[in-house]
Design a protein around this ligand. Structure first.
Ligand code: PAF
Length: 307
């Protein structure tokens, strides 16, 4: 599969016009025809409200496959009862316009009845314990709902490659693990987080920040910078500096700042040395934001007997 996605096809240089398809059968018909002609397929799953971060995923997808499909579906299964499902921006027209000229062949924009004809209580994919930590602890059931819709999208589109953003680090980890655990025939491509010039990670939720909150939100990136700088001194220094960056910012509530082994998503201890991933989540006003960064952790030397 990865081989198919890696093959450069000269027809890829021509920019196809974008069509919007609302049904599973319609998408399958388009993709079956393209596959019969030898085309490889990349899928970029989104919930719409597209920003430059999403467009970076699309550009990468276009490099990797002949046909790019962008799905736009606000998945009710991954929202908890107290979460912002109704508030989540639905901007299909603007999203399709933003994708114009980027070589997206199909926007797949099903409605809820198309995706869940038997209602929300059907079969789910379980994220397991790794889906219950960090974001999962704050949003019970979120990752089961996310994996369920992603598995459905993979089954519907049968892409050679799926492109996700590192911004949602735990999501990326869980999707990668699902692909491995269920032996799915596709490759996961992860694109680095796109940031504003001042460091704020792009997010569909940034639009909810007022001017003061927008400034305050920078503390997430600052905490990651502080953790990055302290990482050479070891795990507890990194965590202390990352948390200290939050200081006494008015209107910002740190939810968690943790450092995990990217291979397991379990917290690292003092003996850990090597590449680790710092995850941070905070509420800025009414808006909950997440961010993450890779750091190189230095091993703590055991105290010498003379100390
Ligand atoms: O990252 C998102 O936008 C969503 O979680 C996804 C992957 C599209 C599934 O609904």
């Amino acid at each position: 599969m990865a081989g198919a996605a890696a093959t450069k096809n000269p027809t890829r240089d021509a920019v196809p016009s974008t069509r919007t398809v609302n049904t599973i059968a319609g998408l399958r018909a388009v993709l079956d025809e393209r596959r019969r002609a030898g085309a490889s397929v990349a899928l970029v799953p989104t919930m719409g409200a597209l920003h430059d971060g999403h467009l970076a995923l699309v550009r990468r997808a276009r490099e990797l496959a002949d046909v790019v499909v962008v799905s736009i579906f606000v998945n009710p299964l991954q929202f908890g009862p107290t979460e912002d499902l109704d508030r989540y921006p639905r901007t299909l027209e603007a999203d399709v316009a933003a994708l114009t000229g980027l070589g997206v062949e199909v926007v797949f924009a099903p409605d809820v009845a198309e995706m869940y004809p038997n209602g929300p209580a059907g079969t789910r994919v379980g994220a397991g314990p790794a889906g219950e930590r960090y974001e999962g602890a704050h949003r019970p059931g979120h990752f089961d709902g996310m994996l369920t819709v992603v598995a459905k999208l993979f089954s519907i589109a049968q892409p050679d490659v799926a492109v996700f953003g590192q911004k949602d680090a735990q999501q990326v980890f869980l999707v990668g693990r699902m692909i491995a655990d269920l032996d799915l025939r596709l490759r996961l491509e992860v694109v680095p987080t796109v940031r504003e010039a001042d460091g704020l990670a792009l997010s569909s939720r940034n639009r909810f920040l007022d001017d003061d909150e927008r400034v305050a939100a920078l503390v997430l990136a600052e905490s990651l910078d502080a953790a990055h700088t302290a990482a050479a001194d070891g795990t507890s220094e990194l965590l202390a500096e990352g948390v200290a960056a939050f200081g006494d910012h008015d209107g910002v509530d740190l939810d968690y700042l943790v450092v995990v082994d990217p291979a397991t998503f379990l917290p690292i201890d003092e003996a850990f040395a090597g590449q680790a991933l710092v995850l941070v989540a905070a509420r800025v006003g009414a808006t909950r934001l997440i961010d993450n960064a890779f750091v190189e952790v230095g091993a703590k030397q055991p105290p010498s007997p003379a100390e």
